[in-house]
Design a protein around this ligand. Structure first.
Ligand code: F6R
Length: 589
């Protein structure tokens, strides 16, 4: 949700570094982009509405600068036009910002009363102006940043340039992520690792309310008391290539093709015939799973498996609801937070709320060192690597793999049979990824409404398949429990309405087929995705999915749905990796 980056150094052109960095962060938002660079002791700003390519067209790359900051925006306050784009400047300060300053309206009033004028309707311009206001009184940049950090409510990661100190780049954060990477005679700041991976994989994480003063030779980090703090250097496991398309037309397709190795890496980290690196979860007798979007759908799969095989009641809720409702806990409740980014605002807020009640927390997170991972009592990292496409595929697959593992662990299932099945999953994934689904996609891509139906665990997969399709192709799609359709929704089925029907559970096959026949009788075009070899005239297309142990079945079944969504979006000419209105990491409520 907005990406920021910055560079100060003697080796490279700051403008190139910042633009490259922004391109790697574009998945965080693409409403507008902008850059501020220093040339001849003056700060220059260029910004443009829309994607980074629009900004690039306005930049003269022959200009050499050694200090720049940049921003790619997912609009929160103010429409996504040029004026509201970052960087913002006021007086001596120029800043880029990821997050939301919640009390910006009251601060704006105070600043107007002190004679300041505003060009935009953003909270960021207010933050920048407030920095200038405090600085005009104390003439000390560190003290200014320290003071504003105590006044600003909400979330922020700032990259800051002050005209009075063009030898340094400053950064300040609370809740929104910010990393600092060291080079030789050069340093970088960024919202996320992909922005720095082409230069280095070593970085430090700025903690809440910390301030960094960065020049080309060194980085000094201060805590809230303005004491210098020593920071741990972290190393990112993936390579630069992991953040590139590597010949694939889209990141989404590349990431689907990475699923066999993502599965293998995730399982191998926690199971080698015996469980390892899994915290002791045996004492909990009820579990809450809290997450948003696809991570919530992964939680639904988790609920189904844990309840059925480990016999523990599981309650699943979307984080934006959970954090504001009355929940029931006891001393043996475990709350599991699921998040690819580890920064999703509602999931993070739910975690913090639960911790205040002294309830134990476990997070299932992909981004190492992210806020949710750091603040949970226990963490199990998914090993999906960098996920760039806004629509998640491989990270979701890693999340449901972790739920299979947790279920095995809780039900103490480390049988020879499950081990053999696990070892075979990567091959089966390869096979199913390489099937061509275009005969199906080309039949449905022009429809305005598509339905997904399934029972039991298949319904959870339907929800994810339906979300994948609608978010990248903009076709309205809805997932329904197969037996529930006739209680209202079936009135929407008409001639040629596509219905994707999932059935991987033999015990529910007959019931599901009856529901399929109900829609078929009303003219639906049925795409039957199943592990069964049953044939009949109740479907138009059939996809045979290999039958595996039920714990692992969702890992296979989701793949055709991801690929059909991809093909449908492609046939519709959609921007697959950057669907409209979306951003990958949702750091606002
Ligand atoms: C959909 C998608 C989103 C995320 C959701 C949670 O393809 O990616 O629904 O799953 O925004 O994000 P994380 O997992 O980062 O908490």
């Amino acid at each position: 949700m907005c990406g920021i980056t910055g560079y100060i150094g003697k080796n490279k052109n700051a403008i190139n570094v910042v633009i490259n960095g922004l391109e790697s962060l574009e998945y965080r938002g693409y409403d507008s982009a902008g850059i501020a660079y220093v040339l001849n002791n003056k700060v220059n700003i260029i910004k443009e509405q829309g994607k980074i390519v629009n900004l690039k067209n306005k930049i003269d790359f022959n200009i050499q600068s050694n200090l720049a900051i940049g921003h790619t925006r997912w609009a929160t306050h103010g429409e996504p036009n040029q004026i509201n784009s970052h960087p913002h400047s006021q007086g001596k300060f120029t800043i880029v910002h990821n997050g939301i300053i919640e009390n910006y309206l009251e601060l704006k009033q105070e600043l107007i009363e002190n004679g300041y004028k505003f060009k935009s309707s953003t909270d960021t311009e207010v933050a920048c102006t407030y920095m200038d206001f405090i600085y005009s009184k104390n003439n000390n940049i560190l003290k200014t940043l320290n003071e504003v950090s105590k006044v600003f409510r909400g979330s922020y990661a700032f990259g800051i340039i002050c005209e009075d100190d063009l030898d340094n780049l400053y950064a300040l954060r609370k809740t929104s992520p910010l990393i600092i990477a060291n080079g030789n005679n050069e340093n970088y700041i960024a919202s996320d690792v992909p922005a720095i991976l082409r230069y280095t994989n070593k970085y430090i994480l700025l903690d809440d309310m910390e301030i960094a003063k960065i020049n080309s030779d060194k980085v000094v980090v201060y805590n809230q008391n303005l004491e210098i703090v020593k920071k741990e250097i972290l190393e990112f496991e993936g390579s630069f290539e992991s953040s590139m398309k590597c010949g694939y037309e889209h990141f989404m397709l590349k990431e689907i093709h990475e699923e066999p190795s993502v599965f293998k890496n995730t399982i191998n980290a926690y199971f080698d015939g015996d469980f390892k690196n899994i915290p002791d979860l045996t004492k909990y007798n009820n579990i809450h799973i809290v997450a948003c979007g696809s991570a919530y759908h992964a939680g639904l799969v988790g609920k189904y498996l844990i309840e059925k095989y480990a016999n523990i009641p599981v309650y699943v809720e979307v984080a934006s609801e959970y954090r504001y409702k009355h929940n029931f806990y006891d001393k043996d409740t475990l709350v599991i937070l699921v998040s690819q980014s580890g920064e999703t605002a509602d999931t993070l807020a739910s975690l913090r709320m639960v911790k205040e009640k002294n309830i134990d927390t476990l997070s299932i997170v992909n981004v190492v060192g992210s806020s949710i991972a750091r603040e949970s009592k226990y963490v199990i990292y998914t090993k999906a690597g960098c996920e760039i496409a806004v629509a998640t595929t491989k990270a979701y697959l890693a999340q449901i793999s972790v739920f299979a593992l947790i279920t095995m662990y809780l039900s103490n299932n480390k049988s020879k049979e499950i081990l053999e099945e696990i070892n075979n999953i990567p091959n089966l994934l390869e096979e199913i990824i390489n099937i061509d689904y275009k005969n199906i996609s080309s039949e449905i891509y022009q429809n305005q409404n598509i339905f997904f139906i399934g029972r039991g665990i298949d319904y959870s997969i339907c929800m994810e398949g339906s979300l994948k399709l609608k978010e990248i192709s903009y076709i309205n799609s809805v997932a329904y429990q197969a037996g529930e359709l006739k209680h209202g929704t079936i009135s929407l089925i008409e001639k040629n309405t596509p219905v994707v029907a999932l059935c991987t559970d033999d015990s529910l096959l007959e019931k599901t087929i009856s529901n399929i026949k109900e829609v078929k009788a009303r003219g639906a075009k049925v795409i039957f995705i199943t592990t069964s070899d049953i044939e009949g005239d109740f479907y138009d297309f059939k996809v045979n999915v290999p039958k595996v142990n039920e714990l692992l079945q969702p890992i296979i079944t989701i793949v055709p749905l991801q690929l059909i969504a991809y093909d449908v979006a492609k046939l519709n000419g959609c921007d697959i990796d950057k669907p409209r209105n979306l951003a990958k990491s949702v750091t606002v409520e």
